[in-house]
Design a protein around this ligand. Structure first.
Ligand SMILES: [Zn+2]
Ligand SMILES: [Zn+2]
Length: 137
């Protein structure tokens, strides 16, 4: 039994890792993993334990009652800030230089030490901004 649940967890975290720029609902994840014999309740159970370990983030969107999940446990993702587009829901990884700059500026001007791994800046990505501009013309 133990081995089996470890295998489910592995499949789930592999799947989340390979889709780590996306936000997905538990139902979407379960649908993608159906071929591997992982039930929706197993997905929920494993997501909850990954979330407890800080490897998965739970995300809610304004005006949407669904709960989305995103893998946040990638090693390199602990060292930078994430930018999240509220239009398309995509997550972007801030480069190290910009993260350092922001970190230093905030520390210097606000006397505040940011928690990089936990910080998400919400806004609109370049593509969505462009799409908006074009549709306005
Ligand atoms: Zn990242
Ligand atoms: Zn976008």
């Amino acid at each position: 039994m133990k081995v089996y649940s470890t295998k489910q967890r592995k499949s789930l975290s592999d799947y989340l890792l390979s889709h780590r720029d996306e936000e997905m609902t538990a139902a979407e994840i379960a649908a993608a993993l159906r071929g591997e014999g992982i039930s929706l309740s197993a997905v929920y159970r494993n997501l909850a334990s990954l979330e407890e370990e800080g490897l998965v983030q739970r995300i809610t969107r304004a005006g949407d009652r669904k709960i989305f999940f995103r893998f946040s446990g990638a090693e390199e993702c602990r060292e930078h800030i994430h930018l999240r587009c509220r239009k398309c829901g995509k997550t972007f990884h801030m480069d190290a230089g910009t993260t350092d700059l922001l970190d230093e500026t905030v520390a210097e001007n606000c006397g505040f030490k940011m928690d990089r791994a936990e910080t998400v800046i919400n806004g609109v990505c370049g593509d969505c901004e462009k799409a908006e501009q074009t549709s306005k013309k």
